[in-house]
Design a binder for this molecule. Structure first.
Ligand code: HEC
Ligand code: HEC
Ligand code: HEC
Ligand code: HEC
Length: 191
């Protein structure tokens, strides 16, 4: 039992490192732009209304939830003395790209937006620039190559045993959890 746990932890760490590398490969110079940018191009009903769906699901409320009585109780139990909405220990998973030491977000990221698009798709300035070229008629532009493909490993950056509300022994079930926030493009699925 102990051994299995240790193996899991080590594998988990390797995956986190692998994720950081994949992100770095395309996003070297990319910076965070904020979800209002994504809304401009990714909110058409026939293409999956990604922004509207995100706004209606739990991730967009992840920061707001830190001000609830439930959050205060979780913090007290975890030995966190600051109010949860100001504590780096909580912000690291409840907002986008928070500095784990200070809890501060990059310039264009509003903490109030909680876990937004770039938490899962990575910093997107290079993608939005390429998307603008594409929309402007440059068919050599390849926006899809400049954005992170999100996988189960992306989710496990936060959905892991360090989450103080996690139920002991409950593994993250990607298929079940993705089904709850699925925002695929139906036009592509038909092809
Ligand atoms: C100026 C328009 C534009 C903006 C702004 C934009 N995108 Fe895109 N995005 C595109 C285009 C064009 C594509 C390629 C066509 C497609 O797959 O829908 C694309 C594709 C994607 C894909 C799918 C990649 C794939 O593998 O098929 C993701 C994910 C994505 N964008 C996320 C984002 C996020 C997150 C933001 C905001 C940070 C954003 N986009 C902002 C135009 C844009
Ligand atoms: C390692 C990442 C991580 C950290 C650190 C973390 N959380 Fe969370 N938190 C999550 C995840 C993931 C969920 C959603 C769990 C689920 O339902 O699958 C969650 C859910 C919650 C919920 C329940 C929200 C609801 O909708 O009812 C509360 C309250 C909460 N967290 C408070 C806190 C507080 C307070 C802290 C700091 C002491 C904290 N969290 C730190 C990842 C984290
Ligand atoms: C940056 C941290 C972070 C990442 C990355 C992340 N989540 Fe979450 N997730 C959270 C937090 C925090 C909550 C709780 C939000 C709340 O209840 O207000 C949550 C809640 C959820 C919920 C709703 C609660 C439930 O149990 O039904 C689902 C579904 C979910 N996440 C799925 C995913 C999936 C799928 C991925 C990967 C594609 C993912 N998450 C990636 C932090 C994250
Ligand atoms: C909790 C993680 C998470 C968040 C938050 C999130 N996405 Fe995604 N997104 C995914 C996953 C997982 C996929 C499926 C794999 C992939 O294509 O990257 C996906 C797919 C997509 C696609 C491709 C759809 C297709 O079928 O071609 C687009 C476009 C997209 N997301 C845009 C957005 C935008 C815009 C936001 C914010 C409004 C957002 N996503 C928020 C995890 C997330």
């Amino acid at each position: 039992m102990m051994n299995k746990m240790t193996v899991c932890r080590v594998a988990g760490l390797a995956l986190v490192v692998a994720f950081a590398f994949t992100a770095a490969a395309f996003a070297q110079d990319a910076t965070y732009v904020g979800n209002s940018q994504c809304k401009i191009c990714h909110n058409k009903k026939e293409e999956g209304e990604q922004w509207t769906k995100w706004k209606a699901e739990a991730h967009s409320q992840a920061f707001a939830k830190l001000s609830s009585d439930e959050a205060k109780a979780v913090a007290t139990k975890a030995g966190v003395t600051k109010p949860p909405a100001e504590a780096p220990e909580c912000l690291q998973c409840h907002v986008t790209a928070a500095d784990p030491a200070t809890g501060k977000c990059p310039e264009k990221i509003q903490p109030a937006d909680g876990v937004q698009c770039e938490s899962c798709h990575g910093p997107a300035s290079a993608h939005t620039a390429e998307g603008k070229k594409f929309k402007g008629g440059d068919k050599t532009a390849e926006p899809a190559k400049k954005i992170l493909k999100s996988t189960a490993e992306t989710c496990k950056k936060c959905h892991n045993e360090k989450n103080p509300t996690a139920k002991a022994g409950e593994a993250f079930d990607f298929d079940k959890m993705w089904a709850k926030i699925n925002h695929s493009n139906p036009a592509k699925a038909k092809k």
